[in-house]
Design a protein around this ligand. Structure first.
Ligand code: HEM
Length: 269
């Protein structure tokens, strides 16, 4: 049976709508992450009270006498709020269409910050030694390498004026930049749903730790790729199926955001 053009338009509209709902859900969870960073790290750092970073469980955090390490940590966590906010602003179509110069500059700043965050994160991991196990360090490092690679590809396609490809690499960069945010959602929702840290351990190397760490950037990337392929597809049925999968992923993200807000961020605000 051939898909009618009405059903096809409905499927296309549904895919766009679930994309919007995905974005609104992500925005709420990311604004909560930003609020936590500002309330916890921002206030303590601005007050010069750096030792009090350690009031929350961290791998290394503040170390007396380690000026370079503490400075890199401060830069990393404070820029985390800026890049998360910048990424969200970049995805709002009204801002993109009405304030083009802002959109362009915000995009450049986002890519520069992505590189700084990834390189700084790799430094904190491998030079400062802030990791709990090799497997967890390697997984977050792969996230960092993907951020660098996708940021470079985003810039390359912008310079070659391949606007559609540029936009898609920028979206992929957005997803991997948010890998650490997705990881916090994954860990909290896993503990909430299991009512225990099942298959996790204290060195982030249990089966659930590894799956959640790799999944924190690979699953969002796969979901985004599915969205792109479905948007391009001439099959209405495929668009419906993709819309269903994106809805499911949005539901999981909402549970994760709820869990992370309650278990990881609100207690420290
Ligand atoms: C670009 C997106 C990133 C964001 C938004 C981000 C955000 C953060 C935040 C908020 C913290 C403070 C810890 C907390 O309170 O949860 C942190 C710490 C840290 N991040 Fe990142 N991060 C990013 C990328 C990375 C990457 C790619 C790596 C590794 C390659 C990394 C490695 C670290 C390390 C080692 C710490 C210190 C942990 C500690 O001492 O306890 N980050 N990051």
């Amino acid at each position: 049976m051939k898909y009618s053009s009405v059903a096809y338009s409905r499927a296309a509209a549904m895919l766009r709508r679930v994309g919007l709902i995905w974005f609104i859900t992500a925005a709420i969870g990311q604004l909560a992450f930003i609020a936590f960073i500002v309330a916890f790290y921002g206030l303590r750092t601005a007050g010069g009270n750096l030792e009090s970073w350690n009031e929350k469980p961290l791998i290394t955090g503040h170390v007396p006498g380690d000026g370079a390490g503490n400075m890199m940590f401060a830069i990393h966590v404070l820029l985390a709020a800026v890049i998360t906010l910048g990424g969200l602003a970049q995805l709002i179509p009204q801002i993109r269409d009405r304030y083009r110069p802002f959109h362009r500059w915000n995009g450049r700043v986002f890519i520069a910050l992505a590189l700084i965050m990834a390189l700084g994160g790799l430094w904190l991991t491998w030079v400062r030694g802030s990791y709990l196990s090799y497997v967890s360090a390697l997984s977050v490092s792969l996230n960092g390498v993907l951020i660098i690679a996708f940021a470079v590809l985003t810039v390359r396609d912008a310079m070659r004026r391949r606007i559609d490809a540029h936009r898609r690499w920028a979206m992929r960069t957005f997803m991997v930049v948010n890998g650490v945010w997705f990881f916090r959602l994954g860990v909290s929702s896993w503990i909430l749903l299991n009512q225990s840290p099942r298959w996790m351990n204290s060195t982030l190397s249990g089966p659930a730790d590894i799956a959640l760490s790799l999944g924190s950037y690979l699953v969002p990337l796969l979901g985004l790729q599915l969205y792109f392929v479905a948007a391009d597809s001439s099959s209405g049925r495929f668009k419906f199926v993709a819309a269903g999968i994106v809805t499911l992923l949005t539901g999981l993200m909402a549970v994760g955001a709820f869990a992370a807000i309650n278990m990881m961020w609100l207690p420290y605000m």
